[in-house]
Design a protein around this ligand. Structure first.
Ligand SMILES: C[S@@+](CC[C@H](N)C(=O)[O-])C[C@H]1O[C@@H](n2cnc3c(N)ncnc32)[C@H](O)[C@@H]1O
Length: 248
C-alpha cells in the first residue's frame, strides 16, 4: 500500500491525476444525444480538473466538480478563474459514497478514472439513480485487453482495481444496470504518456533528491517509476476504456 502523504506530494504537482486527453473527452461528449443547451453535469472524482475545464468549454453546461482531495479542488479552481469559468464550475469536497443529491438531478455524469473508487458496479448503479430519464453516464475505467495478462501487469495494475477488468464483462454490467451503450473506445497511449506519465517523470527527480533519505517516500517514487516502465513495456495489454451509456 502506497504511503499517501508522499504520493500526494507528487500528484499535487501534476496537471492530471490519471490518463486522459482533450480529444477523448470531446469524442465521448459528441456521442451524447439530446442534451439541453445548458446541461447540468456532475464530474465525479474530478481531481485537478483538466477534463472539467475541457468539459465546461465543450458542453457549455453547469458542472459540479466533486472530489475528496481539497488540494485538487484548489488547483481546479485556480484554472477555473484563469479560464473565466467561475459561474459554470462549482467545486464540492465530498466522498462519492456520501453523495446526497436528489434522484434524477443530472443530465450527464462524467467520471474519468474515478468511478471504481466506489466499486464500479455500485458506482454505475448510483449514477443511474442520479441521472434524469434519458440522461447519460460517461466514464473511463482501467481495462485488460487480454485474458492472459502477464503477472507483473496483473500485480501492478489490477491488484487494487479488480472490478470487471475485461471489456465484454464491463459493458454487459453497464447494460444490466439500465444503460444503453452509446459508444466505447480505448484512450490513445499518448493520453497515458504525454498527459500523465511524462509530467510525472519531470517532477520525480526533484522529489527523489528532496526525500533521498526517506524510505517511505522513496518507496512511493520507485513504485511510480516501476508502473511507468511496466506501462511502456505492456501498453498493448491494458488501457483506459471510455464508455458512454444512456439511461434506459
Ligand atoms: C485517478 S484520479 C482521476 C482524476 C481526474 N478525473 C483525472 O482524470 O485527472 C481519481 C480521483 O478520484 C478521487 N477520489 C478517490 N476516491 C474518492 C472518493 N471516495 N470520493 C470522492 N473522490 C474520490 C481522487 O481524489 C482523485 O482525484
Amino acid at each position: 500500500m502506497r504511503n499517501m502523504k508522499y504520493f500526494f506530494k507528487l500528484f499535487d504537482l501534476l496537471p492530471r491525476a490519471g490518463p486522459g486527453n482533450y480529444e477523448s473527452t470531446r469524442w465521448a461528449f459528441e456521442a451524447i444525444p439530446g442534451l439541453p443547451n445548458q446541461p447540468f453535469i456532475l464530474d465525479l472524482g474530478c481531481g485537478p480538473g483538466e477534463q472539467t475545464i475541457d468539459l465546461a468549454k465543450i458542453s457549455k453546461g453547469k458542472i459540479i466538480a466533486l472530489d475528496r482531495h481539497q488540494p485538487f479542488l484548489d488547483t481546479l479552481m485556480n484554472s477555473v478563474r484563469r479560464a473565466g469559468l467561475a459561474d459554470d464550475i462549482t467545486p464540492k469536497n465530498m466522498l462519492m459514497e456520501e453523495m446526497d443529491f436528489a434522484a434524477e438531478t443530472f443530465d450527464l455524469i462524467w467520471s474519468e478514472g474515478a468511478l471504481y473508487f466506489m466499486g464500479l458496479q455500485n458506482g454505475v448503479r448510483r449514477c443511474h439513480q442520479l441521472l434524469k430519464p434519458g440522461g447519460c453516464l460517461a466514464f473511463t475505467d482501467l481495462t485488460a485487453y487480454s485474458t492472459d495478462l502477464p503477472k507483473p501487469v496483473a500485480d501492478m495494475f489490477f491488484s487494487e482495481m479488480a472490478d470487471f477488468p475485461q471489456l465484454p464483462a464491463k459493458l454487459a454490467m453497464v447494460e444490466a444496470e439500465g444503460f444503453t451503450i452509446l459508444t466505447h473506445f480505448t484512450l490513445p497511449k499518448t493520453a497515458w504518456l504525454d498527459n500523465f506519465y511524462v509530467p510525472m517523470e519531470i517532477e520525480l527527480p526533484r522529489l527523489e533528491e528532496k526525500y533521498q533519505d526517506n524510505e517511505a517516500a522513496m518507496e512511493v517514487y520507485q513504485s511510480m517509476r516501476d508502473e511507468i516502465a511496466l506501462y511502456r513495456d505492456y501498453s498493448d495489454y491494458i488501457g483506459y476504456e471510455f464508455i458512454v451509456g444512456q439511461k434506459k
